[in-house]
Ligand binder design. Structure first.
Ligand SMILES: Nc1ncnc2c1ncn2[C@@H]1O[C@H](COP(=O)(O)OP(=O)(O)OP(=O)(O)O)[C@@H](O)[C@H]1O
Ligand SMILES: [Mg+2]
Length: 460
């Protein structure tokens, strides 16, 4: 680490030289000035980490100097030396932004300690600011692309609720940006300097998940060799993101309800109540209400968590975002891979707009990354050839209807029972997922169900 740069200001040449010597011995890079105006010139012209200044000087006094320095270089630390132990000056100085004051006669050890602390504080502050900036840029809305009005509404909701403690549930198909939005909520909240703990509830077996979330005491089950602090406790004063909650067991759902409602939990194997203040963000790509109807998700929990619901639309329902998203990823992956593509040609854009993107934004991101890596670098444009085959070769659906083995139907046949065929094609395109098919055809699920029954499509 480079030496910290100090500027010592005092009109008494003896004090000035002895301070300079003391601080140089401590390993600082020290400059000296015998008046305030000189000091101000130095601060303006070179990077100074800390100013140590006398109060009474012939031209501008120490307080005036402090004011000017803070106005010019706000993050420069300032320590004032007061001649008569005058507390008024000292209090005023702290109000203007001095780190501290020190009274004469000066004691070497005191000066060393104080400066050391002031510089440590400065280092921490700039480190913190750097980290915060990094995170805030990463999760600022600038990096979440969305011009579609549905996305604008979502951004507004996030801004409104970010700094509240409200539980939020994020719904959406895989790859629609649920994780990204969860992080954005945390990083736009006033808990941003605390932890965001992320747990993928779908990835852990039930019993492990419970101890992961709530912790356990030593010996509470075979294999519990020591006490374990749960994720909820780790997220205290911060946020916890529970991804894929739809499949959690009923025992876990009871505990979840309690921690959401009462901010309380008990570790496995303990009767002591632990209080936690964690902001809870949940996500799932299943239809939770369907789970409630099936009896696999508690109704009371459902109502408790759906107060703030963010429903992320699939990409195919916000196609106005396609081009900006594709361009955002083009820029990102060109930079990552040191390549120089400027844009997509019109055909490529059109193909991407006609494709249905079942894997949503993640699929688009992968397609663009692949194009950037594989496209010939003698061009600056991405063309249809560079897109993955599933995108570039798709026959637009509902224009030419296919039989179930992929042949195009003659017009006469296709006209015989268009409704059945459209529904069947849509079901096939959505891998027979009824919820997605209903959404795609913009009918409700009961209508879809009745029509499937009518056309004998239920057996599939
Ligand atoms: N609006 C957006 N702007 C820019 N990038 C986005 C946007 N939405 C999603 N992404 C990017 O797309 C990818 C997938 O998003 P994310 O992981 O958040 O989806 P998800 O809904 O959590 O998926 P899963 O259900 O599989 O967990 C990520 O790389 C994410 O950064
Ligand atoms: Mg996710």
């Amino acid at each position: 680490m480079s030496k910290a740069k100090l500027l010592v200001v005092d009109d008494d040449p003896l004090i000035l030289s002895s301070l300079a010597e003391l601080l140089r011995d401590e390993g600082y890079d020290v400059k000296t000035c015998s008046c305030g105006l000189d000091a101000l010139r130095v601060v303006k012209s070179e990077p100074i980490d800390l100013v140590l200044s006398d109060v009474n000087m012939p031209d501008i006094d120490g307080l005036q100097l402090l004011r000017e320095v803070k106005a010019q270089v706000p993050d420069c630390e300032f320590v004032l030396m007061t001649g008569f132990g005058s507390i008024e000056n000292a209090v005023e100085a702290m109000g203007i932004g001095a780190y501290h004051y020190i009274t004469k006669p000066l004691i070497d050890e005191e000066i060393k300690l104080l400066l050391d602390r002031a510089l440590e504080q400065r280092r921490l502050r700039s480190e913190n600011e750097y980290l915060k900036k990094e995170l805030n840029i990463k999760f600022s809305f600038d990096n979440i692309i969305g011009r579609d009005h549905k996305m604008m509404d979502i951004f507004n909701t996030i801004e409104q609720i970010a700094s509240t403690r409200a539980t939020v549930i994020i719904l959406g198909e895989s790859g629609t940006g649920k994780t990204l939005i969860a992080r954005a909520i945390h990083h736009n909240s006033d808990r941003r300097n605390r932890r965001l703990i992320e747990v993928n509830c779908g990835a852990l077996p039930e019993n492990l998940l419970e101890s992961e979330l709530f912790g356990h005491t030593k010996g509470s089950f075979t294999g519990a060799l020591k006490d374990k602090v749960g994720k909820f406790e780790l997220a205290d004063k911060g946020s916890i993101f529970l991804d894929e909650i739809a499949n959690s067991s009923s025992a876990l759902q009871v505990k979840l309800l309690r921690v959401i409602q009462d901010k309380e939990l008990e570790k496995i194997g303990s009767h002591d109540t632990v209080r936690v203040d964690a902001r809870i963000i949940l996500a799932t790509n299943s239809d939770l209400w369907e789970e409630v109807e099936k009896g696999s998700f508690r109704e009371d929990l459902y109502y408790r968590i759906k107060v703030v619901t963010i429903d992320l639309p699939p990409l195919r329902e916000r196609m106005s975002d396609l081009k900006p998203l594709a361009e955002f990823f083009l820029d990102k992956y060109c930079r990552e891979n040191n390549r120089n593509f400027e844009k997509f040609d019109d055909d490529a854009i059109q193909l991407m707009q006609e494709y249905s993107w079942p894997g949503n934004i993640r699929q688009l991101e992968n397609a663009v990354e692949r194009a950037v890596v594989l496209a010939k670098s003698d061009s600056t444009v991405i063309t249809p050839m560079d897109l993955p085959p599933e995108v570039s070769e798709e026959v637009p659906r509902f224009v030419a209807e296919e039989t179930s083995n992929g042949e195009i139907l003659p017009l006469k046949e296709a006209l015989k029972n268009p409704e059945k065929r459209i529904i069947e094609a849509a079901l096939r395109a959505n891998k027979w997922n009824r919820q997605k098919t209903a959404a795609m055809l913009e009918v409700n699920r009961t209508t879809l169900f009745n029509k499937m029954k009518k056309y004998g499509l239920l057996a599939e």
